[in-house]
Ligand binder design. Structure first.
Ligand SMILES: [Zn+2]
Length: 365
């Protein structure tokens, strides 16, 4: 079936819950998109350390997979690295922190804010400007930033931060304040780079880690995250949130924070983990485009046939739930988290998700 809408028309219709020619689609293909450039041999290290390569991957990936959105997700060690943690950077694997900068209680308090234009934060800001400009007439673009609590756990280890929330509360707050100040500068930089949206990774809003009270105190809409969400709006960008936790704080992160787009995962083996139809049925798509929930590991492990089947099942589930709720299009068929940026990810599986939505994603209630 011929496409009747452009990517941008379809995304805007979905944001407004207006009729679409088919559902929007966005397997979160970011780092892996470098493999669609030229002969496909660009390493992850080359991709994530150069604004030009980073942007080129996202631009090329959008065209190759024909995606409705483009999100500039890099990896979760960017800010910790720029603050002085040591990041292990292999050629082809996702980099990770192997020596966090915060080791003592004093370290939380003396944390120094780096220049956001330098380091990999600088790569993101400069690269976002390039891809946002190149794709502004093609897709809805979004910058991507790690939230304050995630920046802190990456800089100190999650175990340490969760213990210090009780034992050294004020030190933890001091560090969160420093990260929030830094992230406000990053939001200003994002505003100048001009993507349509800015997406936060708020993955600690998860009932398997923190209750409502703790999340409100250490990130929440009335705390650090709230001021950052507001800053995004002031810079003229739409608010988007990614949280691939098993038990996400949907009331806080969807109903209170009011993002335009919320991307989530689903863990079928964990009791209470909300599926796409649960989330739609409970009203979380009433004012927000929900995205999810294909298992990212499927892009490595599954055959193309299995990926098609999973995508078809999700489309069916989403259509039924949207119609039952009286909604027309406020859902994006997406992966629950980033498609693994490894060399073992099957590019044909990413394409399969996109093609299957084109074929079977029409909503008729
Ligand atoms: Zn994720």
């Amino acid at each position: 079936m011929a496409e009747k809408m452009t990517h941008i028309q379809r995304c805007l219709a979905s944001l407004a819950d207006e009729p679409v020619d088919r559902l929007t689609v966005y397997p979160i293909a970011c780092g892996v998109s470098r493999r669609t450039i030229g002969d496909g041999t660009m390493t992850y290290k080359e991709w994530c350390s150069s604004p030009k390569n980073y942007a080129q991957g996202l631009i090329s990936g959008q065209k190759y997979f024909d995606l409705d959105f483009t999100v500039g997700l890099m990896d979760l060690s960017v800010i910790a690295g720029d603050f002085g943690s040591h990041v292990r950077m292999d050629e082809q694997n996702t980099p990770f922190v192997d020596d966090p900068v915060i080791k003592t209680v004093e370290d939380y308090e003396t944390l120094q804010m780096p220049d956001p234009k330098k380091g990999r934060s600088g790569v993101i800001l400069e690269g976002t400007k390039i891809f946002a400009e190149a794709l502004k007439n093609e897709t809805i673009t979004s910058g991507f930033l790690e939230g304050p609590l995630l920046s802190l756990t990456q800089s100190a280890s999650a175990e340490k931060v969760f213990m210090d929330m009780y034992n050294n509360r004020s030190a933890v707050h001091k560090a969160l304040g420093t990260f929030t100040d830094y992230l406000k500068e990053m939001v200003k930089g994002m505003g100048q780079a001009k993507p349509a949206a800015c997406m936060w990774d708020y993955l600690w809003g998860s009932y398997s880690c923190l209750g409502d009270k703790e999340y409100d105190e250490f990130e929440g809409q009335h705390k650090y995250a709230g001021s950052l969400n507001e800053a995004v709006g002031k810079e003229g960008m739409a608010l988007a949130i990614h949280n691939c936790a098993d038990l996400p704080h949907l009331d806080t992160q969807v109903k209170q924070m009011k993002p335009a787009v919320y991307t989530m995962a689903w863990y079928p083996l964990i009791p209470g983990s909300p599926s796409a139809s649960d989330a739609i049925g409970k009203g979380y798509a009433d004012n927000c485009v929900l995205c999810g929930t294909i298992d990212p590991q499927g892009f490595v492990r599954w055959s193309q046939e299995k990926m098609q089947k999973v995508t078809m099942n999700l489309i069916q589930e989403v259509k039924t739930a949207l119609c039952a709720r009286g909604l027309k299009s406020r859902y994006t068929i997406a992966s629950g988290c980033e498609v693994p940026p490894t060399v073992t990810t099957r590019l044909e599986n990413i394409k399969e998700v996109s093609d299957t939505v084109k074929k079977y994603g029409q909503v008729t209630c």
